[in-house]
Design a protein around this ligand. Structure first.
Ligand SMILES: *Cc1c(COP(=O)(O)O)cnc(C)c1O
Length: 359
């Protein structure tokens, strides 16, 4: 158990007046969680303090060599004002895997969950009340040594910030167009594709911007070696329903193991669908579309839960999916996942963790 010191803000910010205009990741709550790591001493000084800027030396390692990892999760408000999390232990474990790859000291799973719960509890009034809106939680760890040598840092800072965020589908679920990237790559075997590290995103921005300029919402990444097999989209995993079966890339080093992905796979199997995790060639997907067998395509991730896809373009060839509207399986996943998260449906899977009132 961490002994978390709490210093409450003396200048609470005004809560957002219109929760329908929150957007994503723009406003932040009154407090943040901090904990330092020092080699020889381990993690120490867990504390919740007023949200404020950091003062960092310009030679701090993270600015130069990107030794940084993060997580993304949400807190949801139910109709009876319970605040709850969704499978936080999955995020805690994934952050340990990211930490290991980036030579960052791991945070014990229980400490991670305790820290998230404590901060959400202190800022619980910031969890939005509007249907579909939630409190986005962003834990991150960065290298805090000062100096320009390339080596694993001896000092780190673990920080958690929270941002009240609007309903992802405030204007209804609108399927997106996706650009299949065949020049740039996001990951390759032996690299950091399976981690949530800032560097993965830095390397992906260019392809994302180019796709957006052409009217596509996201990039679909192919494998980094042959550029033949589908892996994932910008910040989501992706699933293809072809001739009744659901296909998705295996999470074997180059693909981020999403909590939403894993939850959707469990639900699909519960419902009797065959789910195949493995290599799926983009050429086979385009063929399936031509034969009318590409029934549904959807991204999965914490932010959107599921994001239906209506069109793929690969080397100038377009594949249109279904009738351009959200498919029945995508819709059922969305309803079931959001139902459990916002407490409208019973938690039959043991995925929900309430945030008790302690502070
Ligand atoms: C975070 C992320 C996902 C989705 O993971 P969830 O745990 O479902 O939110 C998928 N791909 C990438 C690259 C990500 O960063």
């Amino acid at each position: 158990m961490l002994d978390i010191k709490l210093t409450r803000t003396t200048a609470p910010k005004a809560k957002p007046e219109d929760e329908t205009k929150l957007g994503f990741g723009k406003k932040f709550t009154d407090h943040m969680f901090l904990m330092n790591y020092t080699a020889g001493q381990g993690w120490h000084d867990p504390r919740i303090v007023p949200y404020a800027p950091f003062e960092l030396d310009p030679a701090t390692v993270v600015f130069h060599y990107a030794q940084e990892i993060f997580e993304g999760m949400k807190a949801y408000r139910t109709a009876d004002d319970t605040i709850q999390l969704f499978r936080p232990e999955c995020n805690a474990r994934r952050m340990q895997d990211s930490a290991d790859r980036l030579c960052i000291p791991q945070i014990p799973v229980d400490d991670y969950i305790q820290a998230v719960k404590a901060l959400v509890d202190v800022d619980r009034d910031w969890v939005p009340h509007t249907d579909g809106a939630s409190l986005y939680i962003r834990p991150f760890v960065f290298a805090a040594d000062v100096g320009l040598g390339v080596h694993a840092s001896k000092e780190y800072l673990f920080c958690i910030i929270c941002s009240p965020s609007g309903a992802y589908y405030a204007e209804g679920i609108d399927p997106v167009r996706i650009y299949v990237e065949d020049e740039y790559i996001r990951a390759a075997p032996g690299l950091t594709g399976f981690t949530k590290c800032g560097g993965n995103y830095a390397a992906s921005i260019k392809a994302g911007e180019l796709a957006e300029e052409q009217g596509y919402a996201q990039v679909l990444w192919l494998d980094g070696v042959e550029k033949k097999y589908v892996e994932e989209v910008g910040s989501m995993n992706i699933m293809f329903k072809i001739d009744g079966k659901v296909y998705t890339a295996a999470t074997v080093g180059t693909v981020l193991p999403g909590v939403t992905r894993r939850s959707c796979i469990e639900l699909l199997k519960d419902w009797g669908y065959e789910v195949i995790e493995g290599k799926l060639a983009i050429a086979d997907i385009m063929n399936a579309a031509r034969e009318g067998k590409l029934e549904e395509v959807f991204g999965t991730g914490t932010a959107a839960v599921v994001s239906p896809v209506k069109e793929l373009v690969w080397k100038g060839e377009h594949a249109f999916i279904g009738d351009g509207k959200i498919g029945p399986v995508t819709q059922k996943l969305y309803d079931t996942m959001t139902g459990m998260q916002w407490g409208r449906l019973p938690d039959t899977k043991g995925w929900i963790v309430p945030v008790e009132k302690v502070y």
